[in-house]
Write a protein that binds this ligand. Sequence first.
Ligand code: ATP
Length: 323
Amino acid sequence: LNNIAVLTSGGDAPGMNAAVRAVVRTGIYHQLNVFGVMYGYRGILKNEIFPMESKSVANIIQRGGTILKTARCKEFYEYEGRKKAYENLKKHNIDGLIVIGGDGSFNGAQKFSQEFDIPCIGLPGTIDKDIAGTDSTIGFDTAVNTAIEAIDKIRDTADAHDRLFVIEVMGRDAGYIALHSGIATGAEHIMVPERKTELNDIIEELQANERRKKLVNLIVVAEGDETGGANEVARRIKESCPQLDTRVCILGHIQRGGSPSCTDRILASRMGYAAVDALLEGIHNVMIGIVNDKIHYTPLDKAVKAKQEIDPEWFKIVKILAS
Ligand code: ATP
């Protein structure tokens, strides 16, 4: 192993920069030449591949986004595109590729590494925490912290006006951001795709709450919840409880930005270090995860979107603590 390349792909997540920094500096420590690729797979196809030094990653551990930029790339879905990517990597004699991204990016890496002789390592970078083979993903902790900071602020105004807020958080098909941010902010209800919520039950409860004058009501809804998101939930509540002052807040992209939390910086640093280590050890085509605080390898084709169950006890906790 002499020359390795690193890229970020798919949706950005806070902590990606810390991972890039760890890859570059660990590579250099082991006397490898490290190349950065701009804009994910698109950058390989466009030959936006450049050598990185230790100082290329100075002053980025605390920055959100990704200095390598990210993109989606249609051509990489096709064999011809991946062949061109291979040829460009070979121009720089690259013999190892580290991909920081989500499961789509790992699918691409898996195909690529099967077709061509470039070993690939994946690092899970997504705020959604929806990938099998790791207890958390780079960006999740920061996104949840951003969400709770915002929800705490909404709670202040909800309290001042005795309003009910329906707050939508990100997570796509996964409810972890909703579950964690909802518990941490004391939400009365948390609606997630992993578990069907009977909105009518919530409405009945809200009517009962009103009789006993419960003042602050927060409902946290995951964007992927099958009820249809915060606007739809609020619409139905307003229909049945017109006397309640019901408002909607969709947190949106603020959840993807900002300085990564301590947890994400450490996760990203460990994972970036482990990725180079794996390549040096001859471990190929795996995603690096951390399970029970230990580095854990998952074959890239198994590092898919995790349709995990959420233990029903969590919802019991939510109910008891908010009553
Ligand atoms: P996120 O979950 O944050 O969106 P992701 O990595 O899942 O990240 P995708 O848009 O699914 O995001 O994938 C990123 C890129 O990876 C795609 O634009 C494409 O270039 C490549 N890719 C994804 N899936 C495949 C596939 N099945 N075959 C080849 N390449 C793929």
